[in-house]
Unconditional design. Structure first.
Length: 339
C-alpha cells in the first residue's frame, strides 16, 4: 500500500472517530439532561401533589374544629335548659330562705340570668353553625378544585412521562447508531489496523508521513517502542520522586533528631558550664582567702625583718661600744705601764 493511500486511510478513520466522539458526547449530554429533567419533574409533581393535599387537610381541620365547638355549645345549651326546667319546677333548694316573696324574686332573677345565658349560647351556636357551613363549603370547593388540579397534574405527568420516554427512546436509538457506525468502522478496517490501535493513529500518521516507517506494522512497532520508552520514563520519574520524597523525609527526621539531641547536649553543656562557674567561683574565693593569708604572712615577715634589722643595729652599736671601751681600757692600761 502506497504512502499517500495509507495517510488518506488514516485521515478517513480519524474523521469517522471524531464524528463518533462528537455524537457520543452529545448522547451522554442528552442522557444527562433527560435524567435531570425527569428528576426535576418528579420532584415538582410530588411537591405540588403534597401541597394540594395540605390545603385540603387544612380546610377539613377547620371544619372538624368548628364541629367540635358546635357540639360543646349544644351540650352547654342543653345543660342550661335543664337547669332552667329544674328552677321552674321549683326543684332548687331554697330552704335557707324563709321569706316567700324573697324566694320568688330570687327565682325570677335566676331565671332571667338563665334566659340571658341561653340566648348568648344560642347566638354563639348560630355563629358556629354559620362558620361550619362556610368552612364546609370552602372544604368542598377546595376539594373539588384540588381534584381538578390532581387530574390536571395526572394529565401533565402522563404527557411528561410520554415525552421523557420518547426522548429516552430517541437517545437510545442515537446511541445504537453510534455503536453501529463504530462497529462498521472496525469491520471495514480490520485488515488495515486493529480497533485497539485506533488511539495510536496520530503516532502512526507522524511516523509514516516523516518517512520513519513505510508500513503500518513498522509504525506500530515504533509506537510501541515509544510507549514503552514513555512508560519507562514515567516509571523513572515516579521512582525519582519516591526517592526524593524518601530522602526529604529521612533528612527531615535526621534534622529533627539532630535538633533534639543538640538541644539535649546544649542543656547538658549549660549544666556543666554552670557547675564549672560555681567551682571557679569557689576556687576564686579560696584564692582570695589564701591571698589575704599570704598578705598577713608577708606583713609578719616584714615586721620580723624590721625587728631583726633593729636587733642587728643594736648588736652593731653594742659591738662598737665594746670596742670603744676596749680601746679606752687598753689606752688606760698603756698609760699605767708607762708610769
Amino acid at each position: 500500500m502506497e504512502k499517500q493511500d495509507i495517510l488518506k486511510k488514516i485521515i478517513s478513520i480519524k474523521s469517522v472517530l471524531a464524528y463518533i466522539d462528537i455524537k457520543s458526547s452529545q448522547y451522554k449530554s442528552q442522557k444527562s439532561n433527560i435524567t435531570n429533567l425527569e428528576k426535576e419533574f418528579n420532584d415538582s409533581y410530588k411537591n405540588n401533589f403534597n401541597g394540594i393535599g395540605e390545603k385540603v387537610r387544612k380546610e377539613l381541620d377547620k371544619v372538624s374544629r368548628c364541629e367540635d365547638r358546635i357540639l360543646k355549645l349544644e351540650k352547654a345549651l342543653n345543660n342550661l335548659k335543664e337547669e332552667k326546667i329544674k328552677i321552674e319546677k321549683s326543684q332548687m333548694d331554697y330552704s335557707f330562705i324563709t321569706n316567700e316573696q324573697l324566694k320568688e324574686r330570687m327565682k325570677s332573677k335566676i331565671l332571667e340570668e338563665m334566659d340571658l345565658n341561653i340566648q348568648e349560647c344560642n347566638k354563639a351556636l348560630e355563629k358556629e353553625k354559620q362558620k361550619f357551613e362556610k368552612y364546609n363549603d370552602n372544604a368542598n370547593n377546595v376539594n373539588l378544585s384540588e381534584k381538578k388540579c390532581i387530574e390536571s397534574l395526572g394529565e401533565l405527568n402522563s404527557k411528561m412521562n410520554k415525552i421523557i420516554s420518547f426522548k429516552k427512546k430517541q437517545n437510545q436509538i442515537e446511541g445504537e447508531k453510534i455503536n453501529l457506525v463504530y462497529e462498521k468502522l472496525c469491520a471495514q478496517n480490520i485488515d488495515f489496523i486493529h480497533y485497539k490501535d485506533f488511539d495510536k493513529l496520530d503516532y502512526i500518521y507522524f511516523y509514516i508521513e516523516t518517512g520513519r516507517a513505510s508500513t503500518i506494522m513498522d509504525a506500530l512497532n515504533l509506537v510501541d517502542l515509544q510507549i514503552r520508552h514513555e512508560e519507562l520514563v514515567n516509571v523513572l520519574k515516579q521512582a525519582v520522586a519516591t526517592i526524593c520524597f524518601a530522602i526529604k523525609t529521612t533528612g527531615d527526621k535526621i534534622c529533627d533528631e539532630i535538633s533534639k539531641y543538640s538541644n539535649v547536649l546544649c542543656e547538658e553543656l549549660q549544666g556543666g558550664f554552670s557547675k564549672m562557674d560555681r567551682s571557679l567561683d569557689s576556687l576564686s574565693s579560696e584564692l582570695d582567702s589564701m591571698n589575704i593569708h599570704l598578705d598577713s604572712i608577708n606583713k609578719n615577715q616584714k615586721e620580723a625583718i624590721s625587728t631583726h634589722e633593729l636587733t642587728n643595729s643594736l648588736i652593731e652599736e653594742q659591738n662598737k661600744t665594746c670596742e670603744d671601751m676596749l680601746k679606752n681600757y687598753r689606752y688606760v692600761n698603756g698609760l699605767s705601764g708607762d708610769l
